[in-house]
Design a protein around this ligand. Structure first.
Ligand SMILES: NC(=O)c1ccc[n+]([C@@H]2O[C@H](COP(=O)([O-])OP(=O)(O)OC[C@H]3O[C@@H](n4cnc5c(N)ncnc54)[C@H](OP(=O)(O)O)[C@@H]3O)[C@@H](O)[C@H]2O)c1
Length: 219
């Protein structure tokens, strides 16, 4: 029987997930900045003798209590920079370090992370958002490096960084005023596109940074 291991950080914002009653679903509390939480996830998967063949990492922050994206250099703060790198870049790499050894080596499999268009260095024409941009650029570089190592260790694995498109969630809500008509997508639309693009990607394309429509994005 296939299983889905779904993580949440705070049970208060995961009520819908935790209400699902399905034998195939395993829910686990996970803060990606906490090594003990990542170890617990691994133990749960191992206990179920699971071999994950589709990992999708969605967690990320642009703002949180006391943190707003910077408009100018003068607003950059070392602790904020560290916090965004911890959640957006280092967390997913540590998750990869923990999970990839459990993944099939030759059979087709996916390790996907939600990145952001603003992590593209060549596409940066507006400036601002120092911490978020740089943490997503670092995430893309981590995934690219991982994909090169995995060509040898996991030739069936496709590593993908994907931009989900501007999606109506708590992350984008304070910044939606400037989004053009028809360019704000529902979480369901974005999730469907991500699954479709990633599902069609092959190990030969591993390491790509792609848009929600499947077009490659220049890092
Ligand atoms: N929405 C957009 O327009 C957009 C555009 C480009 C890229 N993205 C990327 O898409 C991904 C998903 O964003 P979203 O729009 O779904 O934002 P969201 O609604 O704010 O969801 C972000 C999720 O990340 C979780 N999270 C935050 N810090 C965490 C940590 N330390 N450990 C574990 N989980 C943590 C949050 O958990 P809690 O529920 O506990 O807070 C929340 O469930 C992010 O990586 C984001 O950068 C989004």
């Amino acid at each position: 029987m296939s299983r889905v291991f779904a993580s949440y950080r705070d049970p208060r914002s995961a009520t819908e997930l935790l209400a699902i009653d399905d034998d195939r679903l395993r829910c686990v509390q996970l803060d990606v900045t906490q090594a003990t939480d990542i170890r617990q996830l691994v133990q749960l998967i191992e206990h179920d003798q699971g071999r994950p063949d589709f990992v999708i990492h969605c967690a990320g922050i642009l703002h949180e209590k006391g943190i707003r994206p910077e408009k100018a250099l003068s607003q950059c703060d070392a602790d904020t920079l560290k916090r965004l790198f911890a959640v957006n870049s280092i967390g997913p790499l540590m998750l990869a370090q923990a999970l990839i050894p459990l993944m099939p080596r030759r059979q087709k499999s996916h390790f996907t992370v939600l990145s952001a268009m603003v992590g593209s260095i060549s596409d940066n024409r507006l400036g601002g958002w120092y911490a978020y941009r740089a943490s997503k650029a670092a995430l893309n570089q981590f995934m690219r490096t991982l994909s090169i190592e995995c060509r040898r260790t996991h030739p069936g694995l496709c590593v993908t960084s994907i931009h989900p498109g501007t999606t109506d969630t708590g992350l984008s809500r304070p910044f939606q005023a400037n989004v053009k008509n028809g360019k704000l997508y529902t979480p369901g639309q974005s999730a469907g596109r991500i699954l479709s693009v990633v599902g069609q990607s092959t190990a030969e394309q591993s390491g790509q940074f792609v848009n929600w429509d499947g077009q490659p994005i220049s890092p």
